[in-house]
Design a protein around this ligand. Structure first.
Ligand SMILES: Cc1cc2nc3c(=O)[nH]c(=O)nc-3n(C[C@H](O)[C@H](O)[C@H](O)COP(=O)(O)OP(=O)(O)OC[C@H]3O[C@@H](n4cnc5c(N)ncnc54)[C@H](O)[C@@H]3O)c2cc1C
Length: 307
């Protein structure tokens, strides 16, 4: 376990925004969890679990939070294959990966092994723990249906393993069914269908080309700012409400896809979360006035806002 006081948070996020936390607690091995209560008591503040920082909107200034960085499996070359199962006549492989494993590395392994299910997540940055916590998905796939068990740490019960009845998931939402102040995923067992490496690689390539053509994948963003309202596209609503290209300081809504807020780190103006929050408020107002739709944030704000 490595504890760093007053870490700068912007470099830990893909949007490159945010101030300072009280402390950063970096966990490399599940055994480090045993020392967490003591470390958190010493650091103070609200514990916030960081994955790859690709879905975060972190406020400016000195923040009353302590960041936990679970890097379990971050350096593992490969997940651990546990065996096979068959469901609905489909052969599937079960494997365990650490919550800190970067998703691009996991997807590369799936392509090499010919394991199918996560192809929609090509081009999605972040780590496995973040993908589970967000029930990340695209192109018809999402993480939760592939999850067979999840090892977590909670302040109430310490380290323990959950089966599917232990969580509840829906579109971009994942929570534990047991009462807990917060949780940190440590590792996950996933089940993917057996296919050929060529077929899996082909679908990933197709999805990535599609994504690259319509999203600012090479800019500093946090992915989609808003969730899609039931049956609608937040991007289309924002576009129709005139938000494409709208700018404040170093932040603007992408002219390529109105649901992506871009941080222009080369414009010479410091990037401020307050500018992002003002643009977000303006976008919500514009869509509500024009369509009567209340957009909900997909990105997670830190410090978390009471919902
Ligand atoms: C270019 C780009 C494209 C994207 N495309 C997509 C897309 O197609 N589909 C999609 O769903 N998302 C997309 N995203 C958003 C983002 O990549 C996903 O939500 C991703 O799964 C977040 O993972 P992360 O590790 O970066 O999580 P973070 O951003 O670090 O954290 C997100 C949330 O997960 C929690 N969390 C992280 N790790 C853990 C853990 N170990 N235990 C408990 N909680 C944890 C955090 O506390 C926070 O609430 C995109 C983002 C970018 C920048």
């Amino acid at each position: 376990m490595i504890i760093t006081p007053r870490p700068a948070l912007a470099p830990l996020t893909t949007l490159r925004l945010g101030g300072y936390a009280l402390a950063e607690i970096r966990l490399d091995r599940p055994e480090d969890c045993g020392r967490l209560p003591e470390a958190l008591a010493a650091a103070g503040g609200l514990p916030c679990v960081l994955g790859g920082g690709s879905n975060l909107l972190i406020h400016d200034g000195a923040l009353p939070i302590t960041v936990l960085r679970p890097l379990f499996g971050a350096k593992d070359a490969e997940p651990e294959v546990l065996g096979e199962e068959e469901s609905d006549g489909i052969r599937r492989v079960l494997f365990r990966a650490g919550a800190g494993m970067p998703m691009p590395r996991l997807l590369a392994w799936c392509a090499k092994k010919g394991l199918s299910g996560l192809e929609g997540l090509i081009g999605v940055p972040g780590r496995l723990g973040g993908a589970v916590a967000m029930n990340a998905g695209a192109y018809g796939c999402s993480t939760a249906p592939l999850l067979r068990s999840l090892s977590v740490y909670t302040p109430e019960k310490g380290l323990h393993t959950l089966l599917p009845e232990g969580w509840s998931a829906r579109y971009r939402h994942f929570s534990l069914t047991e009462p807990c102040a917060w949780y940190m995923s440590v590792s996950a067992v996933l089940s993917l269908a057996v296919d050929t490496p060529e077929a899996v690689h082909g679908r990933m390539r197709e999805n990535f080309l599609h994504k690259k053509a319509g999203q600012p994948v090479h800019e500093h963003t946090a992915g989609c700012v808003f969730q899609n309202p039931e049956g609608q596209s937040a991007g289309r609503l924002l576009d129709a409400a005139g938000m494409k290209g709208k700018r404040r300081g170093a932040l603007y809504f992408s002219p390529m896809h109105a649901n992506f807020l871009v941080h222009d780190t080369r414009c010479g103006v410091p990037g401020l979360c307050s500018d992002a929050l003002m643009l977000i408020a303006e976008a919500k107002r514009a869509v509500s006035d024009m369509f009567g739709v209340a957009l909900q944030l997909e990105v997670k704000e830190w410090p978390p806002c009471p919902s």
